[in-house]
Design a protein around this ligand. Structure first.
Ligand code: C2E
Ligand code: MG
Ligand code: MG
Length: 865
């Protein structure tokens, strides 16, 4: 998948939301933590400030109370010292009765005002009156207070003029105390006696014991006011310093009420709880947000992926649309074209723009209904519908098309149609061609075996009658193979084509001629009445085939053998009918070709017999039932026995001696000829070894052996096994061998010649070969077919033919052997016209080996048997 390029500092695609949500979450956590911390700090700050304020307030109150206490002490002492009676009883004289007992300055000050010490110090500084803790005492003020009191007394006397009294803070031991002093004056009582010297000074001392100090604190709402118990307590807040006249200040400690602490105790848990709750909620929110972010990222990725896929898909569609041989179309619900792929122009030659907004019928037509109508009939979405229609291209060419359509549904309504159009013209034509080819022969254009089978079946289904039979003719060309071999396959093909035309020309329209392969044809004719018409048809066919074929400057002749089978007379099954026609054809061939044969039940019997014979022949080879007869061959010039032709016989245990013409062709057809010929070669070579040199033996070789491929090895093996010299063996080969496959025949003959054996043309003149082969093939001699002897020597024509053949042999340096010499006359005439060799009943019939041996031993050259 290709994403847009991403810079290194950028967040990868698909993680952006997660990344930013995480950042927001972190910020949120920090913010929340900060706010919570700030709130806590503020609460703590407020608490601290509250505590501070409380301490200040308490300190202020305590201080004021202390000052009030001092003021009150001063006020009270002023009352007592600014009194004429006191002047009289305490300054001028010391009247302790008046003072103490009469309660004027007695225990009431202790019990009522809690003044721990009440003293009067006279002008000389002596303590003249002292009441301590409500008890009259004679303690000196200085010793009781434990401080220098002279400055105090002096200050009291000094301040007396303005304020009338003075006070100071002091510590008695460790107990703080307020000491107030006032000079005793006459008050406002006039006329009192004066006394020289400084006035006596009245001193009140209020000691603040721990209980009293605590009580003092409580009066102003200060808890546990006290003197610090130790240095640490002294250093701890809050404390109040009250200056003393001299010496260490008075320190008062108390327990502040600390309202901030209460606030903290109240608010902090709430805040903490709120923070925890907030943290939990935040965690949940963040987790939810992260989950959503991840989901968002995933969806984003999916989206990108989908977009990519979509882009790829679109590109693919575009490519397919443009490269496919089909063109793609789209119409609206009314069948008006809204899209055509560019391929359309290539396929039809029309510009896309020309056809857009036109009905689909403008480009596609159908024989029975407009294409748009067909579209409307197939409204089911998701179902492909195919229609074979056609279009006419810009060049006017009619093209067969396959239209595939699909209805497009939008919101439950058919909103249009889309699909493809393939040009299937070629396909249709190819199919038709394939169909045609599958049923016709490519060379001749005739129906082939397949077509023929179907045709035959259909004709048989029509139930032919004995009066109007279905005639099946199996036709095989005679002597066609040599055309291929001699003139080449092109010539063979043109002959086959010509034959096809000629056969066709004989038949009527409803008849059939098919080529089965090679030079075999089947002809099916159905409206011939009676044997006469069928014979006439066969004759016409034969006449056509026998007419010369022109190959260049050359005229060629072939023939035909035919076999006829009738339905329903012979069979009603196609296969059976074909088989029977083949049997009849076979008979035609066996009986000399160029003819037709009606199938008859006996033929099948003969066929059965042949099969049986084949079986027996196999047994004969193994069971040593084959024998060799030898027919002497003479040199006619001096009538000397030169050699013999080996001729096979089958000594059948029950049928007696069977001649070769009864089983050789069967052996050739079945391939048994190879085994038979091997036996003959070995036997003949072996037998000839016992004959006087240079007497030779000639062995007949079948054309089938020439095709088998290993004839030379087999001959070599027979020579080697027997030890016979190669020049004493002659092989008789019919001239037809030169027609079938001249090149391979030549090669086989050359390898035979290389062995040193002689090669002779057997039955010369009986075949169809042209004389050219005599020059081309390495023959040593020719055996004139015995048919030439029938009118010889009486017929001048026969005589001249024989003379011609002898001349021909001489011309080609071939030894000419006359076969079939049956009379002395023939022998003499042949001798007269200088035929080199002779063979025939007159000279000697084929005979068993022992008799031939006797012949060898006989004194006379020519022995008539
Ligand atoms: P062929 O090679 O032309 O053999 C000569 C045939 O002519 C022999 O018939 C022989 O008996 C017969 N014949 C010889 N002189 C006369 C005569 O004066 N008058 C008449 N009317 N006939 C005469 P046969 O033995 O029946 O052989 C027939 C053919 O069978 C042979 O014709 C040869 O083509 C074939 N044949 C015989 N033996 C073999 C064999 O071992 N192998 C193969 N492949 N073919 C063989
Ligand atoms: Mg022969
Ligand atoms: Mg012969």
């Amino acid at each position: 998948m290709n994403f847009p390029p991403m810079l290194s500092h950028q967040v990868p695609y698909g993680q952006k939301s997660t990344f930013f949500t995480r950042r927001i979450a972190v910020s949120l956590i920090l913010l929340m933590s900060g706010v919570t911390l700030l709130a806590m700090l503020m609460v703590v700050g407020i608490a601290w400030r509250q505590n501070e304020e409380a301490v200040k307030q308490e300190s202020f109150l305590l201080h004021n109370a202390w000052q009030d206490a001092r003021q009150e002490l001063m006020t009270n002492i002023r009352d007592y010292a600014f009194w004429g009676e006191a002047w009289n009883h305490l300054h001028l004289t010391m009247d302790k009765v008046w003072a103490f007992e009469q309660q004027n300055l007695g225990p009431g000050l202790y019990s009522e005002f809690h003044y721990d010490g009440v003293f009067v110090v006279d002008g000389e500084g002596r303590t003249t009156y002292s009441v301590v803790n409500g008890q009259l005492d004679d303690l000196q003020l200085e010793s009781w207070l434990g401080i220098q009191t002279a400055p105090l007394i002096a200050r009291a006397r000094l301040l007396a003029k303005e304020e009338g009294a003075t006070s100071l803070n002091t510590l008695i031991g460790s107990t703080p105390a307020i000491v107030a002093a006032a000079p005793i004056t006459t008050g406002k009582v006039p006329g009192l006696k004066a006394r020289s010297g400084p006035p006596s000074v009245m001193v009140f001392v209020s000691r603040y014991t721990p209980e009293k100090l605590a009580q003092f604190g409580r009066t102003v709402g200060v808890m546990n006011a006290r003197v610090p118990g130790n240095a640490q307590d002294t250093a701890t807040e809050p404390f109040l310093l009250e200056a003393v006249f001299d010496g260490m200040p008075v320190v008062i400690r108390w327990d502040s009420q600390q309202p901030g602490r209460a606030l903290l105790l109240l608010l902090l848990p709430v805040l903490l709880l709120a923070a925890v709750m907030l943290a939990l909620v935040t965690r949940r929110v963040i987790r939810h947000a992260m989950y959503n972010a991840r989901l968002c990222d995933e969806r984003f990725l999916q989206l990108i992926h989908s977009q990519h896929e979509l882009a790829v898909s679109e590109a693919r569609f575009r490519d397919v649309a443009e490269t496919a041989s089909d063109w793609i179309w789209e119409t609206n619900a009314e069948g008006v074209l809204t899209y055509l792929s560019r391929r359309f122009t290539v396929a039809t030659g029309f510009a896309v723009e020309k056809l857009l907004d036109k009905s689909i019928d403008a480009i596609l037509q159908h024989d029975t209904q407009p294409v748009s109508e067909w579209l409307f009939q197939h409204r089911q979405e998701g179902h492909r519908h195919t229609l074979r229609c056609y279009s006419v291209s810009a060049s006017g060419e009619k093209r067969i098309c396959s239209l595939v359509a699909n209805a497009v549904e939008t919101g439950g309504q058919i909103s249009g149609y889309r699909g493809t159009v393939s040009d299937i013209t070629q396909e249709i034509e190819s199919q038709a061609r394939i169909h045609y080819l599958s049923q016709h022969d490519a060379l001749t254009g005739l129906p082939n075996r397949l077509y023929m089978s179907e045709f035959l079946l259909s004709r048989l289904q029509a139930q032919p009658t004995a009066e109007k039979p279905l005639v099946l003719i199996s036709l095989d060309l005679d002597h066609f193979k040599p055309i291929n071999d001699t003139w080449g396959h092109a010539a063979g093909d043109s002959v086959l084509n010509e034959v096809s035309h000629r056969l066709r020309s004989v038949l009527k329209a409803g008849d059939l001629v098919s080529r089965q392969g090679g030079d075999e044809f089947i002809i099916i004719v159905s409206d011939l009445n009676g044997e006469h018409e069928i014979d006439a048809c066969c004759q016409a066919l034969l006449d056509e085939v026998c007419r010369p074929f022109q190959l260049g400057q050359q005229e060629i002749f072939i023939g035909a053998s035919m076999g006829i089978a009738l339905a329903p007379d012979d069979a009603m099954q196609a296969d059976e009918l074909l088989r029977l026609a083949d049997i009849a054809l076979y008979k035609s061939k066996r009986e000399g070709r160029n003819r037709w044969t009606w199938y008859s039940a006996e033929m099948a019997e003969q066929l059965v017999l042949r099969r049986e014979m084949e079986r027996n022949l196999r047994k004969a080879i193994a069971g040593n039932e084959l024998k060799l007869f030898y027919q002497p061959r003479y040199c006619l010039r001096n009538t000397r026995l030169d050699g013999a032709e080996a001729l096979i016989r089958w000594e059948h245990p029950s049928h007696g001696l069977i001649m070769p013409d009864k089983f050789i062709s069967l052996a050739e057809e079945t391939g048994l000829i190879i085994d038979i010929s091997d036996w003959v070669l070995h036997r003949a070579c072996h037998d000839a070894l016992g004959w006087p040199e240079p007497m030779y033996v000639s062995v007949n070789i079948s054309p089938v052996e020439f095709r088998s491929g290993n004839l030379a090895q087999r001959v070599a093996s027979a020579l080697a096994t027997s030890g016979l010299e190669a020049h004493r063996l002659e092989l008789e080969i019919t001239e037809n061998i030169t027609l079938e496959n001249p090149q391979s025949a030549l090669e086989v003959m050359q390898s035979l010649k290389a062995l040193g054996v002689k090669l002779t043309v057997d039955d010369f003149g009986a075949g169809h070969a042209s004389l050219g082969y005599l020059k081309m093939f390495p023959f040593d001699g020719m055996k004139m077919d015995r048919s030439y002897m029938s009118d010889f020597p009486h017929s001048p024509q026969a005589l001249s033919i024989v003379e011609g053949i002898i001349g021909l042999g001489k011309a080609f340096s071939l030894t000419v052997t006359a076969e079939g010499i049956e009379t002395q006359e023939q022998l003499q005439e042949l001798q007269a016209i200088a035929c080199q060799e002779g063979q025939g009943y007159y000279l000697g019939r084929p005979m068993p080996l022992d008799r031939f041996r006797q012949l060898l031993d006989a004194p006379c050259d020519i022995v008539r048997s």
